[in-house]
Unconditional design. Sequence first.
Length: 754
Amino acid sequence: MAFDIEMIKAVYDRMPARIAAARALTGKPLTLTEKILYSHLWEGTPSTTFTRGGSYVDFAPDRVAMQDATAQMALLQFMQAGRPQVAVPSTVHCDHLIEAKVASTTDLKVAVDKNKEVYDFLSSVSDKYGIGFWKPGAGIIHQVVLENYAFPGGMMIGTDSHTVNAGGLGMIAIGVGGADACDVMAGLAWELKFPKLIGVKLTGKLNGWTSAKDVILKVAGILTVKGGTGCVVEYFGEGATSMSCTGKGTICNMGAEIGATTSTFGYDDSMARYLESTGRADVAALANGIREHLTADSEVYANPEAYFDQVIEIDLDALEPHVNGPFTPDLATPISKLKELAIKNNWPTKVEVGLIGSCTNSSYEDIARAASLAKQVAAKGLKTKAQFTITPGSEQVRYTIERDGFISTFDSIGATVFSNACGPCIGQWARPGAEKGEKNTIVHSFNRNFAKRADGNPNTYAFVASPEIVTALAIAGDLTFNPLTDTLTNEKGEQVKLEAPTGDELPKLGFAVEDAGYQAPAEDGSGVQVKVASTSDRLQLLAPFSAWEGTDLKGLKLLIKAKGKCTTDHISMAGPWLKYRGHLDNISNNMLIGAVNFFNEKTDNVKNQLSGVYGAVPDTQRAYKAAGIGTIVVGDTNYGEGSSREHAAMEPRHLGVRAVLVKSFARIHETNLKKQGMLALTFANDADYDKIQEDDSINILGLNDFAPEKSLTIELTHADGSTDSFPVNHTYNAQQIEWFKAGGALNIIRASIK
Ligand code: F3S
């Protein structure tokens, strides 16, 4: 059904020659990461080498995956490209909008009803443009991708930061914003800074209570939440080959928590077993045929210091289970030290809820091992002290673990099974009493544990651990319990010890499912109508932005001179605004409401030069737009840092801002502005920022000769009639100047198709 064997075959057919060319050019043995990157260049066979951490490189990913929250704007933009079909295999997954409240079936019904218009839109747009659609209840994007689409040596992008999970099957899989997904689906190149490489050598073998999760919890402790920035982490060694494919997925998944671009593992037998078990023996056979290209050259792993920018070694024989947190995933504590630290730091030691599952940890192996502990509860006369919940990663996993008796084992300890969806991992958890804000502890097997992420309560201390450790701590109801050494008192007053968890890597009877929840697109989607109600407040079809008028921009007003930090969150806030991710006009009501006005130090309070009245930024901008007057936004350094959220560029464009002039840009935001047809300019001299006054009228001159590396000129007319003039720089190349002239990159793509 789901994967595209011809596409995989084509990738494998071209890999050997491209890898050989890259090896010849670089004059050295190659890591797996380099092999995959060099065989996915937009230009085809490599003709030049790239500097790690320096060169910006155009790539041609094999696949795109989108989750429901981010897919909306990605697909609304894609519709603007005018393509009849997506250019690469793509899928949509309905997982983020389902709230966990009562239990799976009830919660799913509520979500389907509440989000009907969003699901109808995503389903119809997928049908029309050849995109695979995974319905609500089908599962979490990354688990479904691992089960159906990931393949060794492939390259994919996904509109979610944990897209990196597919590294468990030997991919280079990277999380991106919706605009990037739109570009790749429209047949354009995708740009990435060539990463630095961190090698993690795993010696020994996982044993006893230790699981793959503990590897990444340990790595997070070593590298911290920033340590992987700009890097791909490549795992290797006997410890890597001896662990399961899904365990590798868990490790790669949480690479997002160390800021890594992605993580990956070389192809091995565990991947072949997983591919075969999930109905992809043909992919395994193809991969076996080019095995040596799907892992690093042997010299690399023999002498890693010579080929990686940084090398970390972890001995799995000695690795202890870890519990990371609270409030940050890099605060890593080995289980033997947890009691001491919990008491010292006054962390609440009573465990209220243990939550297992999520995209990070809901493999068959994870669930089987957790169930082996749950089974001991009755056998040893214990009673589970904390609440216990499970969010299966996919319907296929849920169906199989039910068939194999694990769900009834969890039932026997009073567990709640939530829908196959993100639920508590993304704050979609209607946890009773959370609104009281009481200090309490939960332990989960997810990946992130920032304040408020699970239940919205800032006083919930969330700890991340393996499903096995979560289950043991939930049984004990006590954060200070070390299942490796401690005993529990059973109902008869006896001291009993939990045996170390056990479980099969893959189901002996194979995976099974009745309805996986997949909807294939129409063979010919040309007649399919995309469903968006004109009355919807959550969805709005986009209209093309208008082209440049062909003249200099004169008589612009200053909308805001932002002071200090102005991230994409300041420009387009998240939280309650997430609801409007698919409605550009409605979400534009959050435009720049977090930015600090230089002139009064207030947020969301700027002067309307037409009326002299101070008001909210979006309202003021709408007033200028209604009067047909363009505006300019001025900012400080690293303007637009944070996420790759395209809304931060689309909102100003939609409301009539013509240019953003700053001391410096965060690169992705600068590119997003260019893609939307905006002028992204920087002060040639930072001191000119000080010349901008609140009542200025502004001209941007030189646009008729707009050319790469040629400055433009800003002319200010101040309220007292005095003027200032200074040069401003830009980084537009010839192609990007065409985007500006056409009113946006999508207008160019559309024009090229007609
Ligand atoms: Fe969903 Fe949490 Fe994974 S939000 S995609 S389960 S990280």
